[in-house]
Design a protein around this ligand. Sequence first.
Ligand code: ADP
Length: 167
Amino acid sequence: MKKAIYPGSFDPVTFGHLDIIERASKLSDELIVAVLKNSAKRSFFSAEERVAMLGQEVSALGLNNVSVMSFQGLTVDFADSLGCDVIIRGLRAVSDFEYELQIAQTNHVQRSHIETVFLTTSLNYSYLSSTVVREFAAYGGDISKFVPTDIIDRIYERSREAAERSM
Ligand code: ADP
């Protein structure tokens, strides 16, 4: 595996994502974590904030062959523009499977030279998603088992801002 891309929303990054990044970095010469900037969907953190948080955590892990970027549009187009021939995705439960299979097959029809490789979640993170983190934080729950310590305060702060906006 030469150059791989790991696309996602990462809104925010969790220990589940970092586990996949760490494992995928060992399988590839170069790994690009690609943060989707989706203008149709209001995100919790902006793409710039998500890139900054991921960059900080990737550096903390000392992963020298990993870089973080944001992108808009189709993953296959972005992968192609960077010369990536592998797309990495994480699989947690059966519930992920149907959607991921459909996307992977669609991408393969679009670009037959790009393969999707699935890494199964580590057992201790199989329950974990960015949605769970946002929901816990909204109710002041303990998120220290879900995300790195240095981004916890930013998540609570954003939750408070979101709650104030909706009042
Ligand atoms: P998307 O909106 O594209 O699903 P996410 O940020 O939710 O983006 O997830 C990005 C990728 O990381 C997906 O392949 C997802 O299945 C995977 N992933 C998310 N959480 C975990 C986890 N806890 N363990 C393994 N993979 C995960």
